[in-house]
Write a protein that binds this ligand. Structure first.
Ligand SMILES: C[S@@+](CC[C@H](N)C(=O)[O-])C[C@H]1O[C@@H](n2cnc3c(N)ncnc32)[C@H](O)[C@@H]1O
Length: 347
């Protein structure tokens, strides 16, 4: 009796093993999972899908959906470090950038933000010591003048800039005079850039943007000028200058310098001119970027990469073709509608 049972069990076992072997050749292996009884029904419904390779993408999407943030970051709670209110600024992405850097086992040697603009990511990385050093680059000479004054200028130049800001009498006439000026020094150019950034609608840096409405007795313009805060931010950043290197020039050149460094982290936020959305065209003076070249280059980076883009099919296609991982993050656009932006990642 005992022998018969053993032989039945043995046959069943052999059959089971053969089945497992066969499944293994099809890419299916056995996993043990702990399931709460309340979730058992959901697991049973999903069970047939787990063995189907064609469902892998849909299941990963589902996992992202389950884990993802549904509410955008409250930007008022993020410590604003930049003197810019930059169009397309990434204040809302600071929590994600912070967790991305903190999740790394080692502190990055260098955090590279080659399309710097208002540089929210890089400034946060430097201020919170999330990387040993930070490298920023920017092509727009007006924007570059601000970063060069703060990080490479003399103490006198920085104090001059802060004093100009503190003593500036905001009126339509004075704003127009500064904007029409032809500053000779970097510090004077930095001052004009800050006035332009604060007083042009939406902080738009490209030519042709109108000024914010003057309002009654110049109130509209004045409401945009926070001299004390601006001075504090500039002096605060000056204190971080040992950790931050600024390069005036092309993002591609800056990226090339660190592309083979496995401990260089890249945060890439180019102007959005890829896909159907062309917001970058009217926001920035320099808005033509070869996105295909950018993706190809970033795919070769030895270190981790995070790119941010509008959620456009062309962008998803490029990201997938270059084998990046795609995630979406909620944000509030200028009309306060909640939209999702793409985070494109390479570990
Ligand atoms: C989307 S904005 C960056 C915003 C920034 N992440 C922030 O938080 O403020 C893109 C920036 O890239 C700059 N840019 C465009 N082409 C560039 C290039 N080839 N090299 C360097 N900077 C460039 C633009 O002038 C603009 O300031």
């Amino acid at each position: 009796m005992f022998t018969v049972k053993r032989s039945i069990d043995g046959t069943a076992l052999q059959r089971q093993n053969r089945r497992l072997q066969r499944l293994k050749t099809q890419g299916v292996t056995r996993s043990t999972v702990f399931v709460h009884r309340e979730c058992k029904l959901a697991l049973d419904d999903l069970r047939p899908h787990f063995v189907d390779a064609a469902k892998a993408e849909a299941l990963s999407e589902l996992v992202l959906e389950l884990g993802k943030k549904t509410k955008p970051t409250n930007v008022a709670q993020v410590n604003q470090l930049s003197p810019f209110r930059y169009p397309g600024g990434k204040t809302w992405l600071v929590p994600e950038i912070r967790s991305w850097l903190r999740a790394s086992k080692t502190i990055p040697d260098v955090f590279v933000e080659p399309f710097a603009g208002g540089a929210m990511a890089g400034l946060t990385a430097a201020a919170e010591e999330l990387a040993y050093t930070v490298v920023l680059s920017e092509l727009d000479s007006d924007v570059a003048a601000v970063w060069e004054t703060i990080f490479d200028g003399t103490d006198t130049a920085v104090e001059w800039l802060c004093n100009q800001i503190a003593s500036f009498e905001v009126s339509l006439e004075n704003v127009q005079k500064v904007l029409a000026g032809n500053p000779k020094s970097d510090a004077a150019r930095a001052f004009r850039t800050i006035v332009k950034n604060r007083m042009q609608r939406g902080g738009i840096m490209a030519a042709g943007a109108g000024l914010v409405k003057e309002g009654e007795a110049g109130k509209g313009l004045r409401s945009r000028w926070y001299p004390k805060t601006l001075g504090e931010r500039i002096r605060g950043l000056r204190d971080l200058r040992d950790r931050i290197t600024f390069q005036r020039g092309d993002a591609f050149d800056t990226i090339q310098q660190f592309i083979t460094n496995p401990n260089a982290f890249f945060f890439i936020d180019p102007p959005y001119t890829a896909g159907g959305k062309k917001a970058g065209n009217r926001l920035y003076t320099h808005n033509e970027v070869d996105h295909e070249r950018l993706f190809s280059l970033m795919a070769t980076a030895r270190g981790p990469v995070m790119l941010t883009y509008d959620d456009a099919p062309e962008v998803r296609e490029m990201a997938m073709r270059h084998q990046f991982r795609i995630q979406t993050v909620p944000m509030k656009n200028t009309h306060h509608a909640i939209i999702r932006e793409l985070l494109i990642l390479k570990p």
